[in-house]
Design a protein around this ligand. Structure first.
Ligand SMILES: Cc1cc2nc3c(=O)[nH]c(=O)nc-3n(C[C@H](O)[C@H](O)[C@H](O)COP(=O)(O)OP(=O)(O)OC[C@H]3O[C@@H](n4cnc5c(N)ncnc54)[C@H](O)[C@@H]3O)c2cc1C
Length: 368
């Protein structure tokens, strides 16, 4: 496994609410290309831990690319959480933090599209980046439904008011406070979204909120291509390239294939046999076409591409974050682990590159 982590210097820390902090980082000279990002993408931080060495956690960028400012994440304390509290309590201007470059697919295909944004609590972070960027660089309308526990927990409230006042024809922000209106129901979310049925929808927030919002969008028959969601989960593994994880990764396929219970559970996506010999692989990535004829059947797509020197995107390497998502154009793969794609994603041909092993003799994929 390669470790492509960087040490970034903290240039600012801002208390947004009593339990949320924005932390800004300076990109080191020479790493500008690696740290170029799209609105809605996230960084993966190596949070120091006496217990495990590192606790790897993803944090969405709330800043907007191309505004000339530093890269900013916004971290909200999780009750009894380890990394979020460590970051809020310990990180100060002048410190350095180790991290992986931006990745993720929770990003609008076009900044000119009309956007329907649902954010709950800290789920505002990637949504804020999308809002800031679309207002500056795009031309569509933006409607934000923003749910919070109470007024004091609304992150970015003053800036959202300012942006809505500056762009009355383009941005509408609807605040939903649990303290005032109770938790939103699926019916209420559906009634709200029904006025924007042609918009591109983005949903991020606590799991129950996301479940309701996505169900409402499905009821309104938003097609999968216009329904995006970002799940905020804590990574179970460590993508920072330590030896232990590498050994685990190397034995994972073997274990899955030899333990029938694990194999039933782990080989997700499709049924199929393992090809007998090397597989022909075609990959579209960043406008380049790659063709290989020696993809070994037990090797994961991401690992094969890395062995060829291809810089394919990834973050968690555990099937938990979707930074490595590809779309199948031909052939089939199995995923050894998948915590993030739903049945509809799989039916649409989306697969996780970090977990995909081939099941057909030819496979063609494209990265978004
Ligand atoms: C794509 C993505 C984007 C995200 N964006 C954001 C964002 O913008 N803002 C935000 O606030 N959150 C975001 N998250 C969520 C974030 O990554 C974390 O899940 C969240 O901050 C909770 O992490 P935590 O460690 O505080 O809590 P938990 O993960 O709940 O902490 C408990 C876990 O930490 C372990 N633990 C306890 N003590 C230690 C120790 N000493 N050393 C090591 N491990 C320990 C425990 O075993 C347990 O597994 C995002 C997640 C994803 C996947």
């Amino acid at each position: 496994m390669t470790d492509e982590s960087f040490e970034l210097k903290v240039v600012d820390v801002v208390e947004e609410t009593t339990d949320a902090y924005s932390i800004s980082f300076e990109v080191p000279p020479g790493a500008e290309e690696q740290f170029a990002y799209k609105p809605g993408q996230f960084l993966t931080l190596a949070v120091p831990s006496d217990r495990t060495g590192v606790a790897a956690r993803c944090y969405s960028l709330s800043s907007s690319p191309g505004d000339g400012g530093p890269l900013t994440i916004t971290v909200k304390r999780t009750a009894d959480g380890y990394a979020s509290n460590w970051l809020c309590d310990h990180v100060r201007e002048g410190d350095t933090v180790r991290m992986l470059p931006p990745s993720g697919i929770f990003t609008p295909a076009s900044l000119d599209a009309d956007l329907l944004l649902f954010a709950g609590g800290s789920g505002i972070t990637p949504v804020m980046s999308i809002t800031r960027t679309a207002l500056r660089q795009g031309g569509g309308r933006i409607v934000l439904f923003y749910a919070n526990r109470d007024e004091r927990s609304v992150i970015f409230a003053p800036e959202l008011s300012r942006l809505a006042a500056e762009h009355p024809d383009r941005l509408q922000v609807v605040h939903w406070l649990e303290s005032v209106q109770g938790l939103p129901t699926q019916e209420q979310l559906k009634a709200f979204a029904s006025a924007y049925a042609t918009y591109d929808a983005f949903v991020c927030g606590p799991a129950p909120f996301m479940k309701l919002a996505v169900a409402a969008l499905k009821e309104l028959e938003f097609p999968r291509g216009r329904r995006h969601q970002e799940k905020f989960i804590s990574l179970g593994g460590n993508p920072f390239g330590d030896l232990h994880d590498q050994e685990v990764a190397e034995h994972e396929i073997e274990d899955a294939e030899h333990d029938p219970d694990d194999a039933d559970e782990a080989l997700l996506g499709v049924e199929g046999d393992r090809p007998q010999g090397p597989v022909k692989l075609e990959v579209e990535l960043d406008g380049e076409q790659y063709v290989f004829d020696d993809w070994a059947p037990g090797t994961k797509l991401l690992e094969h591409l890395e062995s060829k020197g291809v810089k394919a995107p990834y973050s968690c390497r555990e099937g938990e974050c979707s930074a490595c998502a590809v779309r199948l154009l031909e052939g089939e793969v199995k995923m050894l682990h998948n915590d993030v794609l739903d049945d509809e994603d799989i039916a649409e041909g989306i697969r996780l590159g970090c977990q995909a092993v081939p099941v057909t003799d030819t496979v063609k994929v494209t990265y978004h």
